[in-house]
Design a binder for this molecule. Structure first.
Ligand code: PLP
Length: 459
């Protein structure tokens, strides 16, 4: 047995105190006091030794049969099970209707199109998001208008929205990024005042709540993703939810080659009446989704409980803070658990050296998004045939666009302050949360030494 296997086996068999002579310090752990105070990056004991929960996971062998049944039936294109999935998802989110689609990106594309938002229109969006949010605006030929984020909540800053509204603005696309609800009360009030559509990008925020109402059900429509990394993974998959029956009928038609709502899949007689794509869910996706839905509420509650506990512990450490939640947030679901890092409080330690120190403790982390609004895909859209025909030279002056869309808070968060822990870490037990906080504290207490040791190393 090699050393790694030996250690793994020992951990799995529940031995918590162990010293192995002849190994270096980082392999001596347990309650060995002296070493546990020294950061692992300086040769001390790691703060967290267990494996973190895997993601994605299939934890429902009892339900394997429901997926196999679909495979054996030969009914694979959308049919009854997809309908059942949609009914249950609408019930869970609290909307009249749900339409499942191939993925979250296409849920957004379809929603924007079916609210008749397109060439010549402006859509207000935060820059702190996954690229799909902005691609969905560009594919529809509309102009993204970026509103900076509130660095404490990571969400679109509602106080900066109104100055960006023009006669061309048609919609606000708030993103509940990281699984933390945006300030929907303020956003809905602004939208009402200016007669704007609100499409919630809830692709990271399954079951998050504002005043007890689930996100996705607050705006005119909500979009979800069931991609592998998300809190409810199917592999790929997405959903549109709304109370607006006409809008949902049109989304249905769009997702099924422009055929009327209610048309059977595969029928050719009823005649398409509008332009549509084909972005349908499959029966086996729906079968997997129905099983994953059973796990979602339980997982979400574990994440929420652990996130609250971890946030309190981290608040007690100087120089690092958890995300602030808006007062009306009744549940955040933390697809990612963000930290705000202030290197000045860590003796000038760079974010990347801090993250290396944290990883050495056994806590995986990343720096998250890079600024999106300055990446070349937007310029490429401006150079496309459609944009060249629809917009004026001034609209498409890229330097002007960059000037008008500056987002200094977003730049600061992306380039210097954000650190992400992925959601699966929050599925650990309370002692795992203690380990995360202890690791940070250890790095804080030894910041001087770490900075000194690594000052000549480019990290
Ligand atoms: C994942 C994600 C999407 C896109 O969903 P896919 O299913 O991957 O296409 C859109 N917006 C946000 C914020 C996301 O995190």
């Amino acid at each position: 047995m090699n050393r790694r296997k030996f250690i793994k086996k020992t951990i799995l068999s529940g031995v918590s105190v162990l010293t192995i002579s002849g190994l270096n310090n980082s392999y001596i752990w347990g309650q060995t006091k002296g070493d546990s105070r020294l950061p692992a990056i300086l040769g001390g004991a790691k703060s967290h030794l267990d494996l973190w929960p895997n993601w994605p996971v299939w934890r429902s062998p009892d339900y394997d049969e429901s997926v196999l049944k679909v495979l054996r039936s030969g009914i694979w294109s959308r049919s009854k099970i997809t309908g059942e999935f949609e009914k249950k998802w609408a019930e869970l989110i609290g909307t009249k209707r749900c339409l499942s689609v191939v993925n979250g990106t296409n849920a957004l594309i379809a929603s924007i199109a079916q609210f008749n938002i397109g060439p010549g229109d402006e859509v207000i969006v935060p820059p702190y998001t996954f690229v799909a949010t902005v691609q969905a605006i560009l594919i529809n030929g509309a102009l993204p208008v970026f509103v900076d984020i509130d660095p404490e909540t990571f969400q679109i800053d509602p106080s900066k929205i109104e100055t960006k509204i023009t006669s061309r603005t048609k919609a606000i696309l708030p993103v509940h990024i990281l699984g933390i609800p945006a300030d929907m009360t303020k956003i809905m009030a602004i939208a009402k005042k200016h007669n704007l559509i609100v499409i919630e990008d809830a692709c990271q925020a399954h079951l998050a709540e504002v005043n007890g109402k689930r996100v996705g059900s607050i705006g005119h429509a909500g979009c979800f993703s069931f991609q592998t990394s998300k809190n409810m993974p199917i592999g790929e998959g997405g959903a549109i939810v709304s109370d607006d029956e006409k809008f949902m009928d049109r989304c249905f038609s769009y997702h099924n080659l422009g055929l009327p709502y209610g048309t059977q899949v595969g029928s050719v007689s009823s005649g398409p009446f509008m332009v549509g794509s084909k972005i349908r869910f499959t029966e086996y996706q729906a079968a997997i989704g129905l099983v994953q839905m059973k796990n979602l509420e339980r997982d979400t509650n574990i994440r929420w409980k652990n996130a609250k506990y971890l946030s309190e512990k981290i608040k007690a450490i100087s120089g690092i803070s958890p995300a602030k939640l808006y007062p009306e947030t009744t549940k955040a679901v933390f697809h990612l658990f963000p930290l705000l890092y202030n290197k000045n409080k860590f003796k000038g330690m760079s974010r990347s050296l801090f993250m290396d120190s944290l990883r050495a403790e056994g806590i995986p982390c990343s720096s998250g998004y890079t600024p999106l609004h300055t990446q070349p895909f937007i310029k490429a859209a401006f150079e496309s045939k459609l944009y060249q025909k629809v917009y004026t030279k001034e609209d498409l002056n890229y330097e002007n666009f960059l000037d008008k869309n500056m987002c200094p808070m977003n730049d600061l968060i992306c380039n210097e302050e954000a650190i992400w822990l992925t959601q699966n870490l929050l599925l650990g037990d309370e002692s795992s949360m203690d380990n995360i906080a202890n690791a940070i504290e250890k790095i804080y207490n030894n910041a001087d030494e770490i900075v000194r040791k690594f000052k000549n190393k480019a990290i």
